[in-house]
Design a protein around this ligand. Sequence first.
Ligand code: ATP
Length: 318
Amino acid sequence: MSTVELNPPDLATLQARAAQRAADRAGGADRLRGHLVCDGLVRIYKTEGVEVVALQGLDLVVDRGELLAIVGASGSGKSTLLNILSGLDVPTAGIARVGDYDLLTMSARRRLKYRRHMVGFVWQQTGRNLLPYLTAQENVAIPMRLAGTRSGRAARRRARELLDMVGVGYCAGRRPDQMSGGEQQRCAVALAVANDPEVLFADEPTGELDESTATEVFGALRTINAELGVTVVVVTHDHNVSGQVRRTVAMRDGRLATEVRRTARQTLDGGTELVAEEYAVLDRSGRMQLPAPFVEALELKDRVKLNLEPDHVEVRRG
Ligand SMILES: Nc1ncnc2c1ncn2[C@@H]1O[C@H](COP(=O)(O)OP(=O)(O)OP(=O)(O)O)[C@@H](O)[C@H]1O
């Protein structure tokens, strides 16, 4: 027998309910809200008949304006993910969305627009970011001229503003070979945001730099994130560098394995301190990866026993 609601809900309630349903279908409201959304992302490379599964159903949501670091051992799939998110590569299956752009289905024309206006990049090799025969200011002005967003004096003025913002205004008239590695990378950060992208991707931007210079480059990324509200995703090997952001996700075997969140907490003497908490990542199907030290400490292998307790799940040797 069907039941009829005595007071039918108003339109707003219905709309909210529909949104909730859609969110439930997508695995939770966050999955629809995120600026960058990857859901069950798969990338398989085929070379000479051999298949390599570089991404194995990766789920990731990055909020608008977030500064996120992605860490992981060599071969865990970091570059594969970044190549997909930056529009250079196309995933084999799953969902990858940045703002209104569907990275699986977008046309070649839309892909070009995406790469020119929606996202900016900083690569590890300083030589890949800047043209060697132009000054820092000319380099930063180039994307504006190419995309037609600003020309002549306006482009030069904006280039100078951006160089000042990342602390290398004094390099405006220098060519890359007259700048240090750190100065070149900070200039590359300014260039990457010249056309006001919504998202900035950086692939090992500090990989070729020493620790103190790396901190300066990270400072530039943080400034751009805070001043321009650009969502920033940085891939790095360097765990020290990842300690300078609020959220770090670690990849293992083509999936997210753990996540560290840092939150500010009041201390007893009235100051504030950053507290880091590590979480295992649970995917939509309920899968998670036990940290290797836990597995080793209890010599877990093949199968384990799970017990549901009122407020936790127990994992015991099988
Ligand atoms: N073009 C390709 N063809 C075949 N296999 C590839 C290709 N690119 C990456 N792979 C493989 O996919 C897996 C993930 O590689 P990826 O470069 O994304 O890892 P990574 O975490 O970025 O590593 P690194 O830190 O060394 O750059 C590896 O097993 C790699 O060998």
